[in-house]
Ligand binder design. Structure first.
Ligand SMILES: C[S@@+](CC[C@H](N)C(=O)[O-])C[C@H]1O[C@@H](n2cnc3c(N)ncnc32)[C@H](O)[C@@H]1O
Length: 252
């Protein structure tokens, strides 16, 4: 669905049909997807350029769509390493066969909740060195988890594995409109055989950052997170029904 919203070609009839239903509930879904993807690019560039991060864990990476995290990070640090993690075997298969993957990329089929497996597979052969800073990305993925999967606990478990000077990036779908929250959640649960979490409220996302040092501009609609320019920000389409809400925190 996300690929179709971004204008990609790696999508299926069922995805397109579900997107049409989604657009009826939330007509700004395409703009939301694009705003989110631009945020992902800005945040990776910021962490690589301004914070010297060379190692990334991209949880729920999604289908390859240029530029991917490694392309942005390797523009800054040629040897940057990115472990892509996704629960969907089709996503992992497409990632592994992408033409531009290189020795700085690794694809791990796992649930983002399986911290032990991710750390074990990412660190195998010294690919990701957990004694040095890592950026753990959870961009537009936490809404895929049910409350019973304890997303806050998942983030805390990963935080504990990361060295001082690491970063955590989290954003997810939120809406102030109860009807949008309920209707989108129902649509997504129906379409995935109940394999989806929920659209949440800003307060839920704030709790993921409890005890962490959040960087300015703190927790925001990600469209407003360090925009490239005022002009770009003004041109970004507003999404009235919902936003991707979140930010970036430093570990110790
Ligand atoms: C909306 S896409 C986000 C893509 C990318 N992070 C971005 O922001 O551009 C959500 C992805 O999360 C994946 N996903 C859903 N539940 C997951 C889980 N429990 N563990 C890992 N990946 C998951 C889906 O397969 C999908 O590829």
């Amino acid at each position: 669905m996300y690929d179709w919203l971004l204008g990609g070609e790696l999508n299926f009839e069922a995805d397109r049909k579900a997107c049409e239903d989604l657009l009826r509930i939330a007509p700004s879904s395409r703009e939301l997807a694009l705003n989110n993807r631009w945020f992902l690019q800005r945040v990776v560039r910021f962490l690589a350029e301004e914070r010297g991060i060379t190692q990334f864990l991209d949880h729920g990476s999604g289908l390859p769509t240029r530029p991917n995290v490694h392309q942005v990070a390797q523009e800054v640090h040629e040897n940057a390493r990115v472990a892509y993690i996704d629960i969907d075997p089709i996503v992992i298969a497409h990632g592994r066969t992408s033409l531009d993957v290189n020795s700085g990329t690794r694809f791990i089929e796992a649930s983002m909740t399986d911290t032990e497996r991710i750390v074990e597979q990412a660190s195998r052969g010294g690919f990701i060195d957990f004694s040095r800073p890592v950026a753990a990305l959870y961009v537009s993925v936490i809404h895929c988890l049910k409350d019973s999967e304890q997303p806050g606990e998942m983030i805390r478990r990963m935080r504990e594995r990361l060295a001082p000077g690491s970063y955590v990036v989290v954003c997810q779908l939120v809406s102030d409109d109860e009807k949008v929250r309920e209707d989108v959640t129902k649509l997504m649960r129906d379409g995935t055989g109940d394999q989806w979490g929920r659209v949440r409220e800003k307060g839920d996302v704030r709790r993921y950052f409890d005890g962490l040092t959040v960087l300015p501009p703190y927790l925001v609609d990600v469209t407003h997170w360090r925009p490239d320019s005022e002009l770009r920000l003004r041109r970004a389409q507003r999404t009235h029904e919902w936003v991707e809400f979140g930010g970036v925190a430093r570990i110790r």
